[in-house]
Design a protein around this ligand. Sequence first.
Ligand SMILES: Nc1ccn([C@@H]2O[C@H](COP(=O)(O)O)[C@@H](O)[C@H]2O)c(=O)n1
Ligand SMILES: O=P(O)(O)OC[C@H](O)CO
Length: 324
Amino acid sequence: MPPMSCANGYTNSHGNKPLFSFGVISDVQYADIPDGRSFLGVPRYYRHSILVLQRAVRMWNDHKHLKFSVNYGDIVDGFCPKEESRNAVEKVVLEFEKFDGLVYHMIGNHCLYNLPRNSLITTLKMPGRAYYDFSPTLGYRFVVLDAYDVSAIGWPQDHPLTVEAMNILRDKNPNSDKNSPDGLVGLERRFLKFNGAVGKEQMDWLDGVLRNSTEQSQKVVICCHLPLDPDAATPEALLWNYEEVMDVIHRYKCVKACFAGHDHKGGYSIDSHGVHHRVLEAALECPPESNAFGYVDAYDDRLVLFGTDRMASTEMVFGPEDID
Ligand SMILES: Nc1ccn([C@@H]2O[C@H](COP(=O)(O)O)[C@@H](O)[C@H]2O)c(=O)n1
Ligand SMILES: O=P(O)(O)OC[C@H](O)CO
């Protein structure tokens, strides 16, 4: 059953008060350039997307009970002229700063086309690196992953993580254009330059955070620019080592949901371990006057996403064995 919102958006269909609520948006990909299309011909509205973000922030502020918001990455598009990158990123960050609360960001491929990683980490007020965690309330923890840890974009060309990424791409993708999935079959189509992987250090950190969350009986929400489940996204959008990450996640029972961006059409699945995967619809692909943003009510037994326009609403009920 789809979730129901009331006038102030603060009770669900059961009339219960959420533990907390948070805003969500993904793939703003703003640029001050004319409308265009993706490689596959899907319309992209580069100037309109910042208006979608402005309407999101207005809605989040009007809600009055949002504890924080999460931006799932790609704030500025790769077609933004390079000399305008810094201004464009700052312009978008300024819009996020109009929200009356904290915004947690993650880095997407388009962010890295525009600015060096270190500069993004500072501008997006990340805690010194692009993966981190936070706990909005005693019983919940959010884990933000860096999907471009092992990546052929964003690090200096001679950086060990670039070298590792290029070796993976050379091994898995024989095309001279490493963004092309031509000839790759099924899930192997994810081995594209615009994707990346979680590295060893981050993987160990993730394992430690999930162990600690389990000890503290916290429910965990994973946030990652790249999707982690093939049933929620196209193969071309997946994290290179999504299986490894999901193996770590499935070792514990604390992770209830994984939210992502990148695959602009959006998606939803529940995996074999009962973890919900929600890929958020992109702000960039909203035709003028339409929207794609929302907010999530968090309860002990479920997460309820209230989407606007192109962002579908989704009720994510935790399995009975997962409820305290
Ligand atoms: N089927 C595809 C999809 C993409 N590419 C390459 O990736 C670049 C970015 O794609 P967008 O969807 O973001 O436009 C695109 O310019 C192509 O180089 C591809 O080759 N085949
Ligand atoms: O946001 P882009 O331009 O990297 O596009 C990502 C693709 O839609 C993933 O399938």
